[in-house]
Design a protein around this ligand. Structure first.
Ligand SMILES: [Zn+2]
Length: 122
């Protein structure tokens, strides 16, 4: 999300959360700026390659994207959608029988598939 530092003489805008401190001046007095979206994803583990016995990465596909008018509304939406898309009773991603896990998060943009590019083994 985009966050604005409220320190006078700074007003730096950066990517972060309400618990971030400003990378410019170190102030913890920050404010999330709109837009805020509550985004719901279904995540899955995808096999990336066979190096070191096989490695996996998490990918996410958007299910819902709800725009909030304020941080308070976003917090309420988070609670509501975490309940609606509960992982209770779902098999964890590490299970071969997993059908994915829900991931509900706040972001400064409409829900987008991730990762943007397939990761490579390093
Ligand atoms: Zn600052």
């Amino acid at each position: 999300m985009n966050v604005k530092c409220k320190s006078i003489d700074c007003w730096n805008v950066f990517e972060g959360s309400r618990f971030s401190s400003c990378p410019e001046c170190g102030s913890g007095d920050v404010e999330i700026i709109l837009p805020i979206y509550v985004n719901v994803y279904i995540t899955n583990l995808v096999r990336g390659g066979s190096e070191e016995g096989g490695w996996y990465y998490t990918c996410g596909e958007p299910i819902e994207s709800i725009s909030a008018g304020s941080e308070e509304e976003a917090n309420e939406l988070m609670v509501k959608y975490k309940e609606k898309y509960s992982n209770v009773g779902r098999r964890p991603l590490t299970s071969v029988l997993s059908s994915g896990e829900y991931f509900v998060t706040m972001e400064g943009h409409f829900a987008e598939e991730f990762p943007k590019q397939r990761p490579f083994y390093e």
